[in-house]
Design a protein. Structure first.
Length: 633
């Protein structure tokens, strides 16, 4: 029972509870704060691990069978692709299967995309030359030899750390420097690297190991020197495989797609046929066909990356990290538009980074998204990240129970699969036809990106191509275009006029506009353009007084100069012309730009050029051209 006591104070009677009300109030505030903090912490955890949000809400009755079929389909396509891309990387084939398992499984916990699938991608990782260079250098230094997979895991660890830092500082916008032209040229250049990396296995020629900038030149020379030693049985299998894949994917697949609701894995069919024929016909023993060899049927224990190799992989790891982010976010944007849901790009940086760091403890190589791999699962009904779980489990069963059968798969068949997969990349040559007529700078960026990627390794080529694209942007900012504005007699509006059409500019008023920021990089161009504008306008007006006989004379240039001088001398007591600088073409102005603008106006005024500055800024202000017409004209 609560008790009350009466307190008299200066004639006032206060009723108060015996229990301390303030203490109770503080306890209540503390409880509310703890609940809010608890909810905030839970929100942070769920945003960092999105699986805690979508898994409790998973609709097992509607999504399970679609995700299961999508995961099994992805696994079917991942088996030949993983083994083939391991050859590009320069590591044993089984590591390609590991790479298709661990990153894809870890992405379930961190990723926000329902359809993205991490795995191998030839666009951003061609580590053969880098691995060969590092292993060779370590061997010649007298240190114990380094295995190829050690270099690959160290690269994915370092690249993952870079991606995590990009997520912490929200630096996903840095990938915008990889313009579409830079990436297209890089993709085609990477396709050239992939082609020459696999052509030896296709022809059955053993080529010496090459690495470093320009190694493709020496590889081509080696190929020409050894072309007479082509292994004809291997080449016959390669041509047969190439024919089968082209006919199947280009002609049979479109016809079967009308009857089946899932893509036909012609790569897997070819691999099964090749394994069966090699095993029962003993092609390896009788015709010396090179096969994959031993495929381990057990998983290696986790191990730390070789941190002592970081000094050798710095530039390449940065390039691989940035390229992986650019490709991953590009695929994420495509998935957003296609399936109409929002993907958290900031969280995707964390996902890509932590997947790389955690995967580096297993024998895998760098990964990123692939749109084709993502669409394969969605084509048969996958709708959540659980598809990657089923795909990983299916690949685990492949390694444990089907691995020994993969030993008889000919290498030339894998190389044929890889080369044929590059046809989509080489199809990007068609972009040059569209760029050249209108966008010659973009055409040059595309071409330079491809050439730099071909001449250097893929990492250095991408960085150099990006630097070239940034340089062209700076140059274009330093030399922006300017033009005259003339009044249209029909609509009474102002429009851009080329310098050769100045006869449409009436009166003695010259309207000038430069569409570029007026900053330190463009002030020299602005100053030169303003004076060139005045001289061009005056010259045009002087030319309008030249007669036909004078035009036909040999001293036309002297006549023009005399007309200009006469016009200038005749109006020295008045104004040479009225110059209107339309400042609405300046998106922004820095301090040096403003100082230059004041100086130019002062110099023009001293030269008897009456100058007007017209600025239109903000939605509230009306169009200044009608007002300007009343004042000046």
């Amino acid at each position: 029972m609560q008790t009350f006591e009466t307190v008299n104070w200066e004639g006032l009677t206060l009723l108060s509870k015996a229990a301390p009300i303030r203490a109770r109030f503080r306890d209540g505030v503390t409880k509310v704060r703890s609940r809010l903090l608890r909810r905030r912490n839970v929100s942070k955890i769920t945003s960092f691990l999105p699986i805690l949000t979508w898994l409790p809400q998973y609709d097992w009755s509607r999504s399970f069978f679609g995700d299961l079929s999508g995961g099994l389909t992805m696994a079917v396509f991942s088996v030949p692709q993983g083994i083939a891309l391991a050859g590009i990387t320069g590591v044993p084939p089984v590591y390609g299967l590991y790479t298709a398992i661990f990153p894809s499984f870890l992405y379930i916990f961190f990723g926000t995309s329902k359809h993205n699938a991490l795995g191998e991608n030839t666009l951003h990782w061609n580590g053969t030359s880098l691995i060969e260079e590092i292993t060779t250098e370590m061997w010649t230094d007298g240190v114990s030899p380094v295995k190829e997979i050690h270099v690959a895991t160290t690269i994915i660890f370092f690249a993952g750390c870079i991606q995590v830092l990009m997520g912490v500082f929200r630096l996903q916008y840095l990938t915008t420097v990889f313009s579409e032209q830079v990436m297209s040229g890089f993709v085609v250049g990477g396709g050239v690297h992939v082609f020459f990396a696999q052509i030896g296995d296709v022809l059955g020629i053993k080529l010496p190991r090459r690495s470093g900038p320009g190694y493709l030149y020496y590889r081509i020379c080696d190929l020409i020197e050894n072309i007479s030693s082509v292994h004809w049985p291997t080449m016959a299998i390669s041509l047969s495989s190439l024919t089968f894949l082209i006919v199947g994917k280009e002609f049979i697949s479109p016809w079967l797609s009308t009857a089946f609701h899932f893509p036909i894995p012609f790569d897997l069919v070819l691999a099964v046929v090749g394994i069966t024929a090699t095993n029962y016909a003993e092609l390896s023993r009788r015709y010396h066909i090179k096969v994959l060899g031993n495929i381990p049927t057990e998983f290696p224990p986790p191990s730390l990356p070789r941190f002592d190799l970081i000094q050798y992989i710095g530039v390449n790891a940065v390039a691989i990290a940035l390229t992986a982010v650019a490709i991953h976010l590009t695929v994420a944007k495509i998935v957003e538009k296609r399936y109409k849901y929002k993907i958290n790009h900031g969280q995707e940086l964390y996902a890509l980074g932590f997947v790389g760091v955690l995967s580096s403890f297993f024998p895998v190589f760098p990964v990123t998204s692939g749109f084709a791999r993502s669409v394969v699962g969605a084509a048969v009904g996958s709708s959540t990240q659980l598809t990657c779980l089923f795909s990983s489990l299916a690949l685990v069963l492949v390694i444990l129970y089907i691995g020994p059968a993969l030993e008889y798969l000919p290498k030339c068949i894998l190389s044929t699969m890889i080369i044929l997969s590059q046809r989509a990349m080489f199809a990007k040559f068609g972009e040059l036809r569209e760029l050249w007529p209108v966008f010659k700078v973009d055409f040059t960026i595309w071409l330079m990106s491809m050439l730099l990627t071909v001449c250097f390794d893929m990492g250095e080529g991408l960085l150099l191509a990006t630097g070239f694209a940034v340089l062209t942007t700076i140059i274009r900012m330093q030399r922006p275009k300017w033009h005259f504005l003339s009044r249209d007699s029909e609509s009474d509006n102002f429009k851009e006029t080329k310098k050769k059409h100045l006869e449409f500019v009436g009166g003695n008023v010259c309207v000038f506009r430069m569409d570029a920021p007026l900053i330190f990089t463009s002030i020299d161009r602005f100053t030169t353009a303003v004076w060139q504008c005045v001289k061009t306008w005056e010259r045009s007006k002087a030319e309008s007084f030249v007669t036909i006989d004078q035009m036909n004379s040999a001293n036309t240039e002297d006549i023009f100069e005399r007309k200009v001088r006469a016009a200038q001398n005749g109006i020295l007591r008045e104004d040479r012309c009225r110059l209107v600088i339309d400042c609405s073409g300046f998106p922004y102005v820095d301090y040096l730009g403003l100082t230059t603008l004041k100086t130019v106006v002062a110099d023009l005024t001293a030269a008897n050029v009456q100058t007007y500055l017209v600025v239109q800024k903000g939605e509230a202000e009306t169009d200044w051209y009608p007002i300007f017409t009343e004042w000046v004209f």
